[in-house]
Design a protein around this ligand. Structure first.
Ligand SMILES: Nc1ncnc2c1ncn2[C@@H]1O[C@H](COP(=O)(O)OP(=O)(O)OP(=O)(O)O)[C@@H](O)[C@H]1O
Ligand SMILES: [Mg+2]
Length: 259
């Protein structure tokens, strides 16, 4: 089966800053590819290339086997790649259902007599949310009144509903408590089970490990390792993230502080 996305030795510089060097990975339908790394590792740069915000300087990006170079986020979306940014492109004072459609609301009538079909908009939104097991009391409430986790869930449901093939999430659980992070991760798993290829960016190996099929670790723009789930356990993933020896030393230090 051809991967949905293949990243082959991609590099990107911002002036003299090498943000990415020789990074490779794949995104398959029905799988979650996790991108892990510390601040400044190049995670957002990688997803911005996949999302059509930036272009790579070296290497090749293939979508459905074809080399591509996206000219804009719209271009990436037209290739079925939907991206949910951490700061979410939502309008806080607008209702949940208007945000769900954001510019493609259903209407009734023609030309200047066209009106928003509020009833249908509300029904479709409620239904799409319900299909992912998200139960919002009122889709007429402003998005600004939702919790961070609920907003992420609405954004995921939107991508699924509008037929995205690839869903990219940049640190969707970073600002969330344990329970809400769990709920968002459950929706990530549901999107995967519906056959989407998911790219999950996170700092947290405990969030990545349960849902991930593949782990790409970045360190200052360079790949530190790529593992299939069968090749690594949570403990080792955590150690790799923390830079192995450094963490062992830290653990030792902390233990001697306790005693
Ligand atoms: N638009 C830009 N112009 C110049 N340098 C940039 C730009 N965007 C990112 N960088 C630099 O590229 C490197 C990688 O940044 P990137 O945002 O991809 O990291 P990240 O892994 O997403 O970090 P974080 O976890 O903090 O979000 C950093 O050194 C950063 O300063
Ligand atoms: Mg980032």
């Amino acid at each position: 089966m051809t991967p949905l996305i293949e990243v082959a030795g991609i590099g990107k510089s911002y002036g003299s800053v090498h943000a990415l060097r020789e990074v490779s990975t794949v995104v398959n339908a029905g799988e979650v590819t996790c991108v892990l790394g510390d601040n400044g590792a190049g995670k957002s740069t990688l997803i911005k290339i996949l999302a059509g915000v930036h272009q790579h300087d070296t290497g090749e990006l293939r979508v459905g086997g074809e080399p591509v170079r996206f000219s804009s986020p719209r271009d990436a979306l037209d290739h079925g790649i939907a991206t949910v940014y951490q700061d979410l492109a939502v309008v806080p004072l607008m209702s949940v259902w208007r945000n769900f459609f954001l510019g493609s609301e259903p209407t009734i009538g023609f030309g200047p007599l066209r009106l928003l079909d509020r009833g249908r908009g509300r029904r479709v939104t409620k239904q799409a949310l319900a299909e992912l097991g998200i139960d919002l009391r009122d889709v007429e409430q402003p998005v600004g009144t939702l919790s961070g986790g609920e907003r992420q869930c609405v954004a995921i449901a939107r991508a699924v509903h509008f037929g995205a093939k690839v869903l990219i999430l940049d640190e969707p659980t970073a600002a969330l408590g344990v329970k809400q992070a769990g709920i968002v991760l459950r929706h990530v798993a549901q999107a995967r089970d519906r056959g989407l290829g998911v790219v999950l960016i996170t700092h947290n190996p405990h969030h990545a490990y349960p849902v991930g099929d593949r782990f790409l670790l970045l360190n200052r723009g360079a790949p530190l390792g790529t593992y299939e789930k069968s090749e690594i356990d949570l403990g080792e993933l955590t150690r790799q993230m923390a830079g192995g020896a450094e963490l062992a030393a830290l653990e030792h230090e902390l233990r001697s502080v306790e005693t």
